[in-house]
Design a protein around this ligand. Structure first.
Ligand SMILES: Nc1nc2c(ncn2[C@@H]2O[C@H](COP(=O)(O)OP(=O)(O)OP(=O)(O)O)[C@@H](O)[C@H]2O)c(=O)[nH]1
Ligand SMILES: [Mg+2]
Length: 202
């Protein structure tokens, strides 16, 4: 049975001092520009056009909060790894991203999206390493699964896990998604539910 949720746009923030001040928890989505973060937000909420999607990387520039069932926030973040971001961007990850991910107390869990078609990308591995250094709880979602065969998908995920295993004793939870096909929706929403109701601790 499809899970129905009530989703509403709450606000866009250009700095972390602007994020909602209530005590609802954030479940956020990050990854390289164009990996499919905003598409996944739309697929999970079931509302096309809730988050803006574009074929051109760098579409999402702000931190976008969407309230879900009035009880938690789903957060669509700007991507990293796209060269033409603002001039004030220093280093590989923008201040907005690092401020939010490393300092924002609302953040409860972060999903890092990686393109299931590609071999492990250095920038994603460096971002994941940063999360590890700061003890940020995260999982990985392999996106755009509709674009490759089941055999190729399995091969790529196996390679990814082997790469992570070189750095990590215990692998993070992983998920497979296709926003085109609705794949992964139930599994991801059920996992989020368990995070929020404390069945799981990360
Ligand atoms: N085939 C396929 N295409 C997808 C999927 N998810 C996203 N796309 C396409 O990938 C492109 C980028 O999607 P977005 O959701 O805007 O990506 P984003 O990660 O939010 O990008 P930025 O906001 O620029 O960082 C769009 O052309 C989407 O239609 C998917 O599951 N399958
Ligand atoms: Mg986006």
């Amino acid at each position: 049975m499809a899970i129905t949720i009530k989703a509403k746009f709450k606000c866009s923030s250009e700095k972390i001092s602007q994020v909602p001040k209530d005590d609802l928890k954030d479940i956020a989505f990050i990854g390289r520009s164009n990996v499919g973060k905003s598409s996944l937000v739309n697929m999970l909420t079931g509302i096309k056009g809730l988050a803006k999607v574009s074929g051109t990387p760098g579409k999402t520039r702000l931190i976008n909060h969407f309230s879900i069932n009035d009880s938690w926030y789903l957060v669509d973040l700007p991507g990293y790894g796209y060269a033409r971001v603002s001039k004030s961007t220093r280093g590989e990850f923008s201040k907005l991203i690092t401020d939010y991910v490393l300092k924002c107390e609302k953040l409860h869990f972060l999903f890092v999206l990686v393109d299931s078609r590609l071999e492990p990308q250095k920038i994603d591995l460096r971002f994941i390493e940063l999360l590890g250094e700061h003890g940020i709880p995260f999982g990985i979602i392999f996106t755009k699964a509709d674009k490759l065969s089941q055999a190729q998908l399995n091969r790529n995920i196996k390679t990814y896990k082997q790469t992570l295993a070189e750095q990590w004793e215990e692998l993070p939870p992983t998920f497979i998604s296709s926003s085109e096909k609705g794949l992964g929706r139930e599994e991801i929403l059920t996992f989020i539910d368990s995070l929020l109701t404390n069945y799981l601790h990360y």
